[in-house]
Design a binder for this molecule. Structure first.
Ligand SMILES: CC(C)(COP(=O)(O)OP(=O)(O)OC[C@H]1O[C@@H](n2cnc3c(N)ncnc32)[C@H](O)[C@@H]1OP(=O)(O)O)[C@@H](O)C(=O)NCCC(=O)NCCS
Length: 161
């Protein structure tokens, strides 16, 4: 597939495997440069059952991925989205939306009633996507990503239907 073709009808979303590590890391660096998660951390996410890593794939080529985790806040089960990355060439084709949608389904299967994430306040493309999906701003997290790099905490109630 080339970047002019729409992958929206043909890409599949599946659980990531450890053998996807190099591709996932390459995309993470493409998206976040020096702020990227290192390979060791991504490998840990892939190997640890509390984390969910999903990839969007076309013809064995990974175009994006999402990482989430299940947390227990008292008696409440909560989903936490750690990162969502789509290769630059394949953006704005519905891949980020689909990855998030499938991650939310995984959270629901694991009995989460809400999920949350942090996003830089100037990351307008991600904010648009999350708000389109029903995430609401809860508060601003000052200096969350380092000095002067503030984040919003976003939250969404998950529905079973
Ligand atoms: C944010 C990101 C994951 C979006 O992925 P994507 O596959 O391009 O998103 P989608 O095509 O599914 O877009 C879904 C909706 O999000 C919004 N959106 C996404 N990108 C947008 C942009 N550049 N400008 C405005 N709105 C945008 C739109 O509402 C879009 O729906 P529409 O195309 O019908 O208008 C992608 O831009 C990315 O990887 N960015 C770098 C990494 C990053 O910042 N991740 C988020 C960390 S919190």
């Amino acid at each position: 597939m080339n970047e002019n073709q729409s992958p929206s009808k043909i890409f599949l979303v599946r659980e990531a495997r450890l053998s996807d590590l190099d591709d996932i890391y390459e995309i993470e660096v493409e998206c976040f440069s020096s702020e990227a998660y290192n390979k060791g951390i991504i490998g840990y996410f892939l190997k640890t059952p509390e984390f969910i890593v999903l990839v969007a794939e076309v013809k064995k080529q990974i175009l994006g991925f999402v990482i989430g985790g299940i947390e227990h806040h008292g008696t409440r089960v909560v989903g936490h989205v750690y990162t969502l990355d789509v290769r630059k060439r394949y953006r704005r084709k519905g891949i980020g939306y689909k990855l998030m949608h499938e991650l939310e389904r995984c959270f629901l299967k694991k009995k989460a009633s809400i999920c949350y994430l942090e996003v830089k306040i100037d990351n307008l493309q991600a904010l648009k996507l999350y708000e389109k999906m029903g995430y609401k701003r809860v508060r601003t997290l000052s200096n969350y990503y380092g000095r002067g790099a503030h984040a919003y905490l976003l939250m969404k109630k998950l529905k079973t239907n």
